[in-house]
Each structure stands twice: as structure tokens, then as C-alpha cells.
Design a protein around this ligand. Structure first.
Ligand SMILES: *[C@@H]1O[C@H](CO)[C@@H](O)[C@H](O)[C@H]1NC(C)=O
Length: 353
């Protein structure tokens, strides 16, 4: 192994470097062949007027050993605060920007001015192109796949298409049938545009992203869905063919796995781009329940538990939300998903490692 060093490089470090490369090699040889646990991230929504300074957010993530964050836009100050922090980012392209990304040169310009001028490319894990567009913001539906294709060409031009993956997080209700999981199917009217997205995801080995909230399923389907089923503690599991489901998270992820298989895209991985539980503001919204939910989601990812259909293949998840967002609209509970208070202290004692 030949390592090039500057002339005046201290021999001491030279040896250290060789030694550390050697131990990396050893580690690789000795580590078991099982897959590494998937990344666990936190969403950092900023629709609030009482957020702590950006550096506090970065310090919180570091102190809790959280290596991935999802940002909903390419705000330069936010991106810069994560620059060289060792934290990987998923960056959202806001829905309103999608119509401007019609050519690869427009996309190169946007990537360079709005992303890579603020954060090194090797910290960017995903670019999330739009959010819940097909169901919640359908005006932009025709722009999603063209923007993805422009950004992909742009990433190819910049030689970054292998390290930065593109996807477009969807609302869970893009499934018109989700129960039982093996019968799940995408809403028929969305299938044409989903098909184009899924072809892209398959061809580029990129994941299907879904924002998944068992809390909402519970709220909308009481009393058929019990809070215990949503909180991983139902004593009465549900049988689905040969598989047994004792919680709604697994059942929901596997519903997507089945729906993807049904359309011929079984090889596309499912990433949960948002999930969480509110601490107040609604039925079953409490600190205890938020802790019970998030703790189990984190444990399953950290231990690579996987779902009944894909046992042992841990699901990559992004918890929602780093802080409460007091300027969000909608139901009261929408403003209470924060895991940390604005003072940087945990709202509840969730561990991450
Ligand atoms: C493109 O990036 C890869 C690493 O992903 C690197 O090995 C290769 O040399 C790069 N090619 C060019 C032309 O810069």
C-alpha cells in the first residue's frame, strides 16, 4: 500500500495513517456479513417563531449521535450550519420550485447556487423533490417527474448521481387499499404518475419515500384501530396469510412493499421519510405515547428488525420533528410533534444509540 504524503509530512502521522487504514481493513475482515442498521434521522421543520439558534440544533443532533437530518428546503443559513458537521442531509425541493427545474442546466444552476454553495456535496444523501405533491398539492403533480429527471441529469453532469439519490416523499394515503397489507394497492387515479416515478426509482436504485403516521391512521379509524396497535403493544396481533402483524407501523410499511410488488417494482426500497407522534393537542397525544412510539421506531431501526415481509432488513426512518413548530396550521396536535424543547432539552427521554 503506497500512500502519498507531502514532503514535510511528519512521519509520526504517516505511521498513524497507515495504522488506521490497517485497522479499518481488519474491521472489514472481522465484521459479520449482516447488513449495517439503516440510518435514523430527524426532520428539522422550521415553521416556528421560537426556534433556538441553528447552532443549537446542530449541537443537539451531535450530542444525541444523530447522523442524518431532513430539511424541508435549501435555506442557505440552515445548510451552512450543517456544513462539515459530520451530519448527512436530506434536502427538500419545495413544491413551488418544481416548475423552474425544467432543464438540466436550470437544475445545475439551482444545485450549485442553492445547495453546493452552502454544504459539501458529500454530506448530501438525498434530494427530496417535492413533498406529498400527488395528494396534497396536485397543482404541481405534472412537474414532479420532469424536475426529478432534470436534477438527475444535473447530478450526472456534476458526477454526483451515484452518491446523491433523488426521490419524492408521498403521503401514506396514495394507497387506496392498505389493509390487509398483502392486498394493498395504489390509488388508481395516481397510478399513471406513480408509474413514471417508480420507473425512475428502480432505474436509479433510489428509494420510495413515504410519510407514515400511525397516529393519523388511529385518529381516522377509531375504534377499529386501537391505540395499542399504533403504539406497538397490542396483545391481539392481526394475521395476514402466513404473516402476523402486531403493530400498525409494520403493517403500513408492508402495505407499501406489497403495493410496489403489485405494480412490478418489488425491488424498490421503502424509506419512511417522516413518522412521529404528538405530545399534546389531540386524542392520545401525550408525552408518554410519543415516547412509547418513537422509542420503538428507533429501536427497530437501530437493531435492523425489519417488517414481517422483510425480516432483518431495518427500515430507514426520519422522525418528525426536532422541535415543535408553533406556526404550523391545521389541528392543534400538528404543532406538538417536537422531540426537543426550544431550550434544547428533550421533551421526553428518547435514546438514539
Ligand atoms: C466521478 O466520481 C467518482 C466517485 O463517485 C470518481 O471515482 C471519479 O473519478 C469521478 N469522475 C470524474 C470524471 O471526476
Amino acid at each position: 500500500m503506497q500512500i502519498k504524503m507531502p514532503k514535510n509530512f511528519d512521519h509520526h502521522y504517516d505511521h498513524l495513517l497507515i495504522l488506521s487504514q490497517f485497522s479499518l481493513l481488519l474491521l472489514n475482515l472481522l465484521s459479520p456479513s449482516s447488513a449495517a442498521p439503516p440510518p435514523i434521522g430527524i426532520c428539522y421543520g422550521r415553521v416556528a417563531n421560537n426556534l433556538p439558534p441553528l447552532t443549537v440544533a446542530v449541537d443537539i443532533l451531535k450530542a444525541n449521535n444523530i447522523k442524518n437530518v431532513r430539511l424541508f428546503n435549501a435555506n442557505p443559513a440552515t445548510l451552512s450550519s450543517f456544513s462539515n458537521s459530520g451530519i448527512s442531509v436530506m434536502i427538500g425541493v419545495p413544491n413551488e420550485i418544481l416548475p423552474t427545474l425544467t432543464t438540466s442546466s436550470a437544475a445545475v444552476g439551482w444545485l450549485q447556487s442553492d445547495i453546493f454553495s452552502s454544504i459539501p456535496a458529500n454530506q448530501v444523501r438525498y434530494i427530496a423533490v417535492g413533498n406529498e405533491v400527488f395528494l396534497k398539492d396536485p397543482f404541481y403533480t405534472p412537474h414532479v417527474v420532469p424536475a426529478i429527471l432534470s436534477l438527475h441529469q444535473a447530478l450526472q453532469t456534476l458526477n454526483l448521481s451515484h452518491s446523491i439519490k433523488l426521490s419524492s416523499p408521498q403521503a401514506a394515503s396514495v394507497l387506496s387499499i392498505s389493509y390487509p397489507p398483502s392486498s394493498a394497492s395504489f390509488a388508481p387515479d395516481l397510478k399513471p404518475v406513480l408509474f413514471l416515478l417508480l420507473q425512475f426509482l428502480r432505474d436509479t436504485a433510489s428509494p420510495f419515500m413515504v410519510n407514515l403516521y400511525p397516529y393519523f391512521s388511529y385518529l381516522n379509524n377509531r375504534p377499529y384501530v386501537s391505540v395499542d396497535y399504533a403504539l406497538f403493544r397490542d396483545p391481539n396481533p392481526v394475521q395476514d396469510g402466513a404473516l402476523v402483524y402486531d403493530n400498525l407501523f409494520d403493517a403500513s410499511v408492508d402495505a407499501f412493499v406489497s403495493a410496489l410488488e403489485r405494480e412490478g417494482f418489488g425491488g424498490v426500497e421503502v424509506v419512511v421519510s417522516e413518522t412521529g407522534w404528538p405530545t399534546s393537542g389531540g386524542e392520545a397525544a401525550s408525552v408518554e405515547n410519543a415516547l412509547a412510539y418513537n422509542r420503538e421506531v428507533v429501536r427497530r431501526a437501530a437493531e435492523g428488525v425489519g417488517t414481517p415481509k422483510k425480516a432483518g432488513e431495518g427500515v430507514e426512518v426520519y422522525l418528525f420533528d426536532l422541535f415543535d413548530e408553533n406556526e404550523k396550521g391545521g389541528e392543534e396536535y400538528e404543532r406538538h410533534f417536537g422531540i426537543f424543547g426550544p431550550d434544547g432539552l428533550k421533551a421526553y427521554d428518547l435514546g438514539f444509540n
